[in-house]
Structures are given as C-alpha cells and as structure tokens.
Ligand binder design. Sequence first.
Ligand code: FES
Ligand code: FE2
Length: 425
Amino acid sequence: MTVIDDRTIDDRTACALVEEDHEHHRFRVHRSTMTSPDVFALEVERIFGRCWLYVGHESEIREPGDYVRRPVGSRQVFMVRSKAGDVKVFHNTCPHRGAMVCRKDTGNAKVFQCFYHAWSFDTEGKLVGVPDREAYGDGLDFGALGLRSVARVESYRGFVFACFDPGVVGLVEYLAGAAEYLDLIVDATGDAEIITGTNAYAIDANWKLLAENSVDGYHAVPTHDTYFKYLTALGTSLAGGVAGTATALGNGHAVLEYSAPWGRPVAKWEPLFGEDAREEISRIRADLVDRYGEDRARRMADTNRNLLIYPNLVVNDIMAITVRTFMPTSADRMEVTAWELAPRDELPQLRQRRLDSFLTFLGPGGFATPDDIEALESCQQGFRSGGIEWNDISRGMAREPVANDEEQMRAFWRRWNDDITGDPR
Ligand code: FES
Ligand SMILES: [Fe+2]
C-alpha cells in the first residue's frame, strides 16, 4: 500500500489523486501529483517502466553501425542499426561489471568496446572480444554475456519505441487513435528524416505540466501574445483566430487540431514564407491532392496538429514538425529534447524556412517555448506556495469539447490514474 499525503493510492476505486464529478461538472487533480517524490517514484515504475516510450527515428540510424545514445524512461539505452539491418535498442550497461558501453551520443561503430576492461560487442549485441580470455574457465558461457536488448522494441512508420515491460500490448494497439495521426504526418512528409541537431533544455517543473501544455489551446492567446503581435506586424491576419478541435485518442493520447494564422510550410503559403516560396508550395499542394485526394490533402496542408502520445512524446505538426520528448529527473524537473522532422528532398529555401520556424517559434530561445517554460515553472512555484490543494481541469465538461477545452487533458489524467492506481498491465 502506498500513502501520499494521507491518500491511499493503490486502490483503483479510491481515485484519491484524480477526481471526476460529473454531477458538478468538476474534474480535479491533486497537486501532490506534481510535487511528491513518492508519486514520481511510482511513475518511474508504473508509467515509464510499463508504457511504450519513444526512442528515436529510423532515419537517425540509416547505415549498419549507426547509433544514437538516449536516456529513455530515466534509463540509459542506445539504438543501433545492426549489420543485418535491424533496429536494436540495448540497455547501456556492460554485462561484465556495469559500465556504460556506448559513450557517445551518436556515431557509427562496428563494435562497441567497453572502456573499463575492454570487452567488446558487435552490433547484434554479441560478445566478440574479451581480453585474456584464457583466464576464464571452460564452463563459463560467454554466449550469455552479450548486451541485453530492451524487453520490447517496435517501430511505427519510422518512429522507434521501446518498452521495459515484456507483457505490454503491441505498439499499434497501444497507439490506438494516435497511429492515424502519425500516418497523416508521415504521408504528408514523404521520405522523412530527422535533421541533425537537437534542442536540449531542462525545465524546473513537473513533466505532466508539459504534457498538458502541449495540447492546451486555452493558453495560446494570453501566453503567446508576443508571437501573435509579431505575426500581425508581418502582415498575417489574425481575424480568424485559432479554431479547432481537441480529441482524446485512447490510452491517454490526444490531439489538438486547428487552423492557425501562422500557416504551414508544407503546403499552404503565408506571407511569412516569402514570395519566392509561393510556386514550390503550390506544387507540393497539388502533389498531395494527386496522391491523397482533396479532403485528405486539405487536412494535411491546412490544419495544424499538436499530437500527444502518452506519456511523453509530442509531435507538433505546425509551421515545422517537431518531435519532442521530456523525461522527468525528479518531481519538479524534466529534461526536454526536440528534433526536427522534414522531407529528405526538400528545396533548400523551404528547408531553411522550416529550420527558422523550428528555432523562431518552437526553439528554447524562440517565441513560444520560453513563454511556456515560464508558465510551467510558475505553476511549479505556485504549488509550493500551498493553500490550494487541487488543480481544476473542468473546462468543457458540460458541452461537446472544443480545442480550448480540457477534455484532452482529462483523458491524459484518466490514463495516468489507471496506471498509478491499477494493477500491472
Ligand atoms: S565493465 Fe565492461 S569490460 Fe568490465
Ligand atoms: Fe504554448
């Protein structure tokens, strides 16, 4: 039994930290979910230990031996393209006495040699070199001393996920309604690649605040006022505002879809992109219509998407495509990494605009992200102020939810509550 602030949270019926009251149209979350080290420890075990977690994109490891090192769910792992061409994700620990075998963030290697006593492993994880092997007896099974693969590894449309729980459902079943949105993004992008270079930063706030923020339409206008003023100054009309829908996609995943005044470099020209991009953007649009029909092409080109894949992957398909993960290091701090996904054969000037958007709006020094970080850190400090025990997430409970409502956040919290209070899946 686990007790947090006098609340027993191992009983599915107790709902001690997340309360839903339909009669009074009230949904609330206890703030200890954001501050308690005990809750954080449970999250590491019951959420990050049991859910599918994004590791990386297949385009990052195109050639045999290509690898990337990543922390995933508070653990060190690395992803490598094996010599047979498979995607492998290994625990980054030497079977000898524990040292991390992969010591660089990215590179290409035929073998991984542990720096401590120089055992070496091939890209399939097999132990292929042991100095002074004759010092070991004949009975020792060196075949059992290879690198250990993470329990489950699966890929969906180039997005590689891993899970530390061997009993987890398949990735497609886990992704539920989110899979169709990945399809939409990948189909519109064509042969996609992660562009080299990442944004990496930390936020002094609980990781779930960023999950909420990523699909929160309500905050856009008040929080990002500076960016909207900048767009107006560039000649973009904000008359239509931001209109759209918020949808829970199952298993805690959610998406915010909206038409937005900042436009999209994929296939909808806006003044922001400059006159010289007009022709290429209309060509891309015509190509999408040819391949996918008018309706799907319109959805790809005219609407923006903020997709949250529970627990900690966000794909923002807006003025650039950002793939972002956030890993908690404690109850009140997270590390964020963001990558940019783009068509491989993109024209240089469109690529440049995309990268500019990646930095200008979405980057850690851009128009939006510092605003969001300020808001999240302010919430975390507000929690420490005390006096108020619960966060309110009730907006839109009495109507068909719209983008500025909070149904998508409630879906996240319901799944979170199931994971924390429920039995192992
Ligand atoms: S810990 Fe890796 S070779 Fe000893
Ligand atoms: Fe924001």
